[in-house]
Design a protein. Structure first.
Length: 271
């Protein structure tokens, strides 16, 4: 009688343990402790413990696996998704992105190669031989014709000094000094030696004086027009040598320490 009671009791205990295991497994599936869940591919915020449709868009939920990471605010991608998206990651550090820095620049004139041609005496611009910006002017080309009463008087003084020197032959006054003084005044006012010699040969003063370019370059500014008056020292035209240009780019102050002044710079033109 005692043996039968022991067998019945043992069978009851084994059955109870098996029932508890099934119950625990069912509770785990019901409470969502499994690593599997169902979500929407368009709305990943939707998370269900069983299959169904997305309550937002109605698409069929797909099966996903929970991650063990504690960073729940990041986007989780598979290795295939990272490869298809061509996503590259790097460690945060101080430096330039990539091996080169691309800057937007503008081409400007080399300020040291700008020459201003100005009027050395007051007068009226009778003619401009170059009237367009960008025209190339060679050294010695005619630039403008000027009518100046003051300049014409100085030319007349030079001719009279030559005539008195020829007639009186320095018998009373040393006209050599007077001739040289009158010539120096004409040279300072922009006449060339050839123009002064032409005055001496012609013994006449033309009303208009032609001025020539002292340098070569492209016209970048033209400050007067024909018929206008110019004051002594007034700029007539600016000639620039464009054989060298500056490419000026703006750099943030935080980038200055990363730029090597001895590095090679390549300039690309959009056209």
């Amino acid at each position: 009688m005692k043996k039968i009671f022991f067998v019945v009791t043992l069978t009851f205990l084994l059955g109870a343990c098996k029932s508890d295991k099934v119950k625990d497994s069912g509770e785990a599936a019901h409470t969502g402790h499994s690593d599997l869940y169902y979500t929407c591919s368009m709305h990943p915020q939707v998370m269900k413990d069983k299959p169904g449709d997305c309550p937002i868009c109605g698409m069929t939920l797909i099966q996903a696996t929970k991650t063990t990471t504690t960073e729940n605010d990041g986007v989780q991608l598979t290795g295939q998704q990272i490869q298809l998206g061509n996503i590259l990651t790097d460690t945060i550090r101080s430096g330039m992105l990539g091996g080169q820095t691309v800057l937007t620049a503008t081409l400007n004139i080399d300020q040291s190669k700008i020459n201003a041609v100005s009027a050395r005496v007051m007068g009226r611009i009778e003619r401009l031989y170059f009237k367009n910006l960008g025209d190339y002017v060679k050294k010695g080309d005619k630039l403008f014709d000027l009518y100046s009463e003051e300049l014409n008087s100085a030319k007349q003084e030079y001719i009279l000094a030559l005539e008195k020197q020829k007639v009186l032959d320095n018998s009373i006054v040393d006209f050599t000094v007077l001739v040289q003084s009158a010539k120096n005044k004409l040279l300072l006012w922009g006449l060339t030696d050839a123009q002064i010699q032409a005055l001496a040969n012609a013994k006449a003063t033309p009303p208009v004086t032609t001025f020539y370019s002292p340098v070569a370059g492209y016209i970048t500014t033209l400050d007067v027009s024909e018929g206008e008056y110019t004051m002594e020292g007034g700029t007539i035209v600016r000639l620039t040598d464009l054989s060298t240009l500056w490419a000026e780019a703006q750099v943030y102050s935080s980038q200055l320490s990363k730029i090597d002044k001895n590095s090679v710079v390549t300039v690309h033109f959009p056209d």
